[in-house]
Write a protein that binds this ligand. Structure first.
Ligand code: UDP
Length: 502
């Protein structure tokens, strides 16, 4: 039960793990600090994963095992029937499902059913329309922004960039003419501009634009980051943006992907599988293993899988590789989870007899791995990552240097941030003709990371940021004070308005 006078806070997330996990962490942190929290996402997530048997998102509160988590409830927002056709990996499909007028009516109805009435709504960065519901319910809307601060600096200017013609800003060949100017900071390179903004005919162009137009209306923006990690960008947003008449709501960085505090609705994988991975890691030398994972959505092509496999075979480092067949996201229906330390996988995209040749120095995991547990194990020496923002933060918080292999959306900018800004990683360079990385390049970068001076420098930078992250989430650190700031505001709203939470 909630504490007397504890505010009831409503969170609204979209289902992909890169969004839902920070929401989950935020929900548990609010609850630990005394709030009552309801998190709406969609019933489909629970249904789907329960059917699959790995219970990835199942509500821990239902087990009643922890009094803290009993103040957190996860609820489906929509009827299963209405949305069951959307693949879990179809981010744009989810955005659409979460964005039409019908959804506004559903959220309004569900809000009114909640007891005690929530004192505010914290919604995903893509759900700008929640502002209308919040206005009708006379409560503030806060935004939880799941990407980095520079991405916010770009996205909050979307309306202005289209008005001024900087976007889409294409030449006659359909290529962007120039980088995007950013007050108080280096311009955003063309590679950092999402494809959806370059092409006004893309289905979700208007919808994504509209979501970001409404960012500035939020009461505050909660960023999954920490001050010391993105100090310059945060400073520019707070000063140069304001000087340039760009409305930026109050910014509250709260590190949600910090591994010691990371809490997910349930184990992301069964305990026996966690201990199997840990047991294997215990047999490896400190900082010797390369962990390879491309997050929940991206996959390698067959050709890229082959190049990576041959590079790993040639370089001889121990590794854990979380793999999925091309085009199969972890959360799509077809995926299955299995671990193969003894190489009994039939995955046809590996080169023939690859598993036999890499022998006991490799652990291949099909589908999904307990990433936080792996990254914090002392045997991990580097993370070959797609640079999703959560993975990036988790690596920073574990003090693990990164080998960056970005694919889409914010991943290119995250990779650039890792290599150039915090210098905690090295980048795989694409081949001349297309966006593939060849075997020689992979081998070169793996060796630089594990045996070269470049790797040493990246490791020491990652360790420096780990310490800063630890201080930030400790009592008295900025993440904690920002969390308490939100909570305090909500508590006063709860106490002074008789209809709310009292
Ligand atoms: N993740 C995990 N096991 C996996 C792959 C991913 O636990 O095998 C988690 C990872 O720890 C991170 C999230 O899923 O918290 C992925 O989010 P990210 O922003 O890194 O990438 P996305 O999946 O959104 O591309």
């Amino acid at each position: 039960p909630a504490l007397p006078g504890a505010p009831h806070i409503l969170l609204v997330s979209i289902p992909p793990p890169g969004h839902l996990f920070p929401f989950t962490s935020f929900a548990y942190q609010l609850a630990a600090a005394g709030a009552q929290v309801t998190c709406f996402t969609t019933g489909y997530v629970f249904e789907h994963l329960q059917h699959r048997g790995d219970n990835k998102y199942r509500d821990e509160s239902s087990s009643g095992s922890c009094s803290k988590s009993s103040r957190v409830r996860f609820e489906g927002l929509f009827d299963y029937e209405e949305i069951h056709e959307i693949g879990m990996d179809d981010v744009m499909g989810w955005l659409q499902a979460f964005s039409n007028e019908k959804m506004e009516a559903v959220l309004e109805r569900r809000f009114l059913e909640l007891q005690p009435r929530p004192v505010c709504i914290v919604a995903d960065m893509f759900l700008g329309w929640v502002q209308d519901v919040a206005n009708k319910m006379h409560v503030p809307r806060h935004t939880l922004f799941t990407m980095n601060a520079k991405e916010l600096a770009f996205l909050i200017r979307i309306p202005q960039l289209f008005e001024s013609g900087e976007l889409p800003g294409l030449n006659a060949d359909g290529v962007m003419k120039s980088d995007i100017s950013m007050p108080g900071m280096a311009p955003l390179p063309v590679e950092g501009v999402w494809g959806v903004f370059k092409d006004e005919t893309v289905g979700h162009h208007q919808q994504v634009k509209e979501a970001f137009r409404r960012l500035s209306e939020s009461k505050s923006i909660i960023l999954n980051t920490f001050e010391e990690l993105e100090a310059e960008t945060l400073e520019a947003l707070r000063t140069d943006y304001v000087a340039a008449n760009i409305k930026v709501p109050e910014l509250l960085p709260i590190l949600l992907s910090s591994i010691p505090r990371l809490q997910r609705p349930n184990a992301t994988i069964g305990n026996d599988q966690v201990s199997e991975v840990e047991k294997w890691l215990d047999t490896q030398a400190p900082a010797s293993v390369i962990y390879i994972s491309f997050g929940s959505l991206a996959t390698l092509t067959k050709q890229q899988t082959g190049a990576l496999a041959l590079a790993l075979e040639a370089t001889n480092y121990p590794f854990i590789w979380v793999y999925r067949p091309p085009g199969i996201s972890q959360v799509s229906r077809q995926s299955k989870v299995s671990i193969s330390a003894n190489h009994e996988t039939s995955y046809e995209y590996f080169p023939p007899r690859f598993q036999d040749r890499v022998g006991g120095r490799a652990m291949l995991i099909n589908g999904w791995a307990p990433q936080p547990q792996i990254l914090t194990h002392h045997a991990i020496g580097a993370f070959l990552t797609h640079c999703g923002w959560n993975s990036t933060l988790e690596s920073v918080c574990a003090g693990v240097p990164m080998l960056c292999w970005p694919f889409f959306a914010d991943q290119n900018m995250n990779a650039r941030f890792v290599t150039d800004t915090i210098q905690a990683g090295l980048r795989m360079k694409w081949g001349r003709s297309d966006d593939t990385v060849d075997q020689d390049e992979i081998q070169k970068v793996l060796t630089q990371m594990m045996d070269g001076e470049e790797g040493k420098a990246a490791r020491s930078s990652a360790l420096k940021f780990r310490l800063l992250a630890q201080a930030d989430v400790a009592d008295g650190g900025a993440s904690n004070s920002n969390l308490h700031k939100i909570l305090q505001e909500c508590t006063s709203a709860s106490l002074c308005n008789g209809s709310y939470g009292c």
